[in-house]
Design a protein around this ligand. Structure first.
Ligand code: IPD
Ligand code: CA
Ligand code: CA
Ligand code: CA
Length: 264
């Protein structure tokens, strides 16, 4: 059967806007904050309620689609066959708890592993970044322009300070020279927003050493749709069912960083 992407897109946008309004309404209420794997790994009742809201709607409307969600209310996904929604109900939970801003809803919809729809919704700014494969990417109603090449010396790069200090995943001396040579560095604490910023030209690249599929699924579709490059730190395609290092960049810059800073 022919997949009706227009219809899926329509529902996804409607649910995202509705979930966003619900999240904004919780700012007036008391949050329940718990920790997961360690003391800085936070989850709230709103993360859980938002994920369940999406999953209930998807199951009701598209019973043959499957869902992979961070908080575990979705399906047990081990293959990419058919249509799979990859959902992060709140990306940037720490920001949600501490700042009530700088977090996003992130959704990617994949068909046999190919990214077809991508959404990152900045709930507080009411900015919906959305892309449909082959149809372009938009920030609310405004089309996003194709990304132009840029060099490191003129690049604003998003990178957490963790990766240039002692850590388990990368020698701090690998990325430190990039931090020095770039025009500037930033860190926002929401991978989905940082990828959306690259898609919108607000950042030139984003580098991080470990993300789960729900962190990057929405941003992946967005960035690719405007001609940006999404790989792991070594230039290989991301695996959708595993954790990956993630290197998102404008064209040109991606090559320059790989050549001069990573493969040396
Ligand atoms: C986190 C954010 C953060 C990234 C972490 C993620 P969460 O997602 O994307 O920017 O550095 O690795 O786990 O837990 O807030 O959805
Ligand atoms: Ca989390
Ligand atoms: Ca996340
Ligand atoms: Ca999350």
């Amino acid at each position: 059967m022919q997949v009706k992407w227009e219809e899926i897109d329509h529902y996804a946008r409607q649910w995202i806007r509705e979930a966003g309004a619900r999240i904004r309404a919780t700012f007036a209420e008391k949050l329940t904050v718990e920790t997961k794997s360690h003391r800085n790994d936070l989850v709230t009742n709103v993360d859980r309620e938002t994920e369940r809201f999406f999953i209930e709607n998807i199951r009701k409307t598209f019973p043959d689609h499957r869902v992979l969600g961070e908080e575990g209310f979705g399906d047990n996904i081990t293959t990419l066959e058919g249509i799979v929604w990859i959902i992060d109900p709140i990306d940037g939970t720490m920001n949600f708890v501490h700042q009530q801003r700088n977090f996003a809803i992130s959704i990617g919809v994949f068909e046999k592993g190919v990214g077809m729809l991508g959404y990152v919704y900045d709930v507080v700014q009411d900015e919906l970044y959305a892309a449909r494969k082959g149809e372009g990417a938009f920030l609310n109603d405004k089309p996003l322009s194709p990304l132009e090449p840029v060099s490191v010396s003129e690049a604003l790069i998003s990178l957490n300070a963790t990766w240039v200090t002692e850590n388990k995943r990368i020698d701090p001396s690998v990325l430190a020279p990039l931090v020095k040579d770039a025009r500037g560095t930033r860190s926002y604490g929401s991978a989905a927003l940082e990828m959306a910023y690259v898609a919108a030209g607000r950042l030139d690249a984003y580098i991080t050493m470990r993300l789960s599929p729900w962190d990057f699924a929405g941003g992946l579709v967005l960035v690719q749709e405007v001609g940006g490059i999404v790989t792991n730190l070594y230039g290989e395609p991301l695996r959708l069912l595993e954790r990956n290092s993630v290197f998102v960049s404008k064209p040109g810059l991606h090559e320059e960083i790989l050549k001069k800073y990573i493969h040396h």
